[in-house]
Write a new protein. Sequence first.
Length: 401
Amino acid sequence: MRYIFLLLCITTGFANSFAQTKSLSGDAEISVLTIGPGEYLYDKFGHSAIRVQDKVTNLDIVFNYGTYDFNTPNFYTKFARGKLLYTLSVSNFTDFFYHYQSEDRWITEQVLNLSIAQKQDIYKLLIENAKPENREYLYDFTHDNCATKIRDILSLALGDNIEYNTELENPKSFRQLIGENINSNTWGSLGINIALGAPIDRNASKLEEQFLPYYVMEADSEAKIKTSAGEWIPLVKKTINLYEQKEEKKATGFFLTSPWVIFTIIGLGLIIISFKDIIRKKRTKLVDISIFITTGIIGVVIALLWFATDHQTTKFNYNILWAFPISLLFIRAISKETYHKRLVHYLNLLSILIVLLFFHWITGVQKYPHPILPLLIGLLIRYRYLTTYYKNTLRNNQLNS
């Protein structure tokens, strides 16, 4: 889903010019364009668009639901809160093609097997959607994006005359479908899986799979269209590989700085430090302060995504069980050597929350990014050590008093 293909490809004059041509000739074709993954994280899921071509009227344009305006006031705040409006833009096909060719991303065209009337209905609907008062929509990653719009436009224009295959041979959750596009041992994957909550761990229906461009292409290849004679025929008349990727996109990044390696080092480090502290009968205070600050800040971000945004996929995010925001309130207490009753109760609570997280993981309530497993084990051991340490401190103080 190419979200940074900006509104540079659309001008008011161009939009007005195509709007004047509301009728297509009998030679017109309507196609679904699917673009392969790109180099950057926001490109990893591919992109979808609709092409309308009419050689008689010299029309060749692309309707693209994946654009937005960087000049939008409070752009980043609106994006984080799920209030950023995306736009249907219209561009010349040649410009659209060369843009993705320059990024070496494969482009596949599926020419739809439509009657003249059906083509006209789709085109009129696209023109209506492209009007300034209609072209903006509230983006949703899994339910309303550049890919789902293709499905929705075809369904709205064709009604009962289009039929998608709804039988699932191998059901997958939204999280699994997202994971097909990104390497799990990358920081991008880690960030996505920490930010997204339990709602994406339910299985997606066959229609819901079409939030990803590849599955739009697959669904269209299996779909049927009803002719005026009442006969059901394939929706796709022919498939054309407009551009083949010249170089295979490989995962980049240094393995030693990957999430698995870093969190394994951190997890082992917490365990080793805890055992050393047991032997020395001292506490490495800086480590505990760092844990409370880091997990607390991450917890605040998770809480904000859960309660302060319109994103449905970031709600009910039980990563908050290990990144608990209340830890920030105990930074002063954890920085002291003296026994603190509430802190000990809180450390017990943190241990229980991590155990509950493992229960969620095993039972499928929510799936968590695998690279954090060593970190969770390290945190659990550290919290248990601290509980014992503070209790021993209290006991020693009582004996000495």
